[in-house]
Design a binder for this molecule. Structure first.
Ligand SMILES: [Zn+2]
Length: 220
């Protein structure tokens, strides 16, 4: 088994439209906080965000991946699609496990407010969380988040790293999905390690190129 570990540094900012989105989506507004009261970036929010970007991109590039949110639309065949292989589905336990993100500078917590709402991904046992930060008192926050998992081969681990990295960058490139109130991510920097070796940027780019050309990279 190959161990993939991805460390992310996420820079958030809030655009003005967040309030409107919150009002519309505000069906589940419990605060996302760790037990000690510190705001967290919920793992489900981050995972849902990245999964959605990955789905949209691969689909646009002609790959047969399923797209949520209804479980009916997820993989039913004997083999999971690339998205389900990495992010999981009711039938395929996720290979990657995300942890809640934590503020890098915790002194700022008193002026940060976090909210959650259910997004389109309702299939999971845990509803996907939408997260926002008010910027009235704080222009920007930075968070550390991690995900890791074990894969049957180095190439499958590398493929998963490329998928997460691609989703992270693409989300920023288009300025976030404003209709879902996700425009608050300014940047996600990430470092992927497979069996403790940093995955070079060039290897990720080679996989993106292959996907863009409609090719598969790793086989099960
Ligand atoms: Zn699938």
């Amino acid at each position: 088994m190959s161990k993939l570990a991805i460390a992310m540094k996420i820079t958030l900012e809030t655009a003005f439209h967040t309030t409107g989105n919150l009002r519309r989506l505000g069906v589940d507004r419990a605060l996302a906080r760790a037990p000690e009261g510190v705001p967290v970036l919920p793992a489900t929010t981050l995972k849902g965000f990245l999964r959605e970007k990955a789905e949209l991109l691969l689909q646009a590039w002609g790959h047969p991946v399923c797209t949520g949110p209804e479980p009916d639309h997820l993989c039913k065949g004997p083999e999971p699609c690339l998205i389900c292989r990495v992010f999981g589905s009711p039938r395929w336990p996720s290979s990657l496990h995300f942890s809640d993100g934590h503020l890098i500078n915790e002194e700022t917590t008193s002026s940060v407010r976090a909210g959650v709402a259910i997004s389109r991904h309702r299939r999971a046992a845990f509803p996907q969380r939408l997260f926002f930060v008010e910027t009235t008192s704080l222009p920007s926050t930075q968070w550390h988040a991690r995900c890791e998992g074990y894969f049957p081969s180095p190439s499958l681990a590398q493929e998963a790293a490329a998928l997460v990295a691609l989703a992270a960058r693409w989300g920023i490139a288009i300025g976030g999905g404003k209709t879902r109130g996700l425009g608050w991510i300014r940047q996600i920097e990430m470092e992927a390690r497979i069996d403790d070796q940093v995955v070079p940027e060039a290897e990720l780019k080679a996989i993106w190129q292959a996907w863009w050309e409609g090719r598969h990279v790793a086989e099960n």
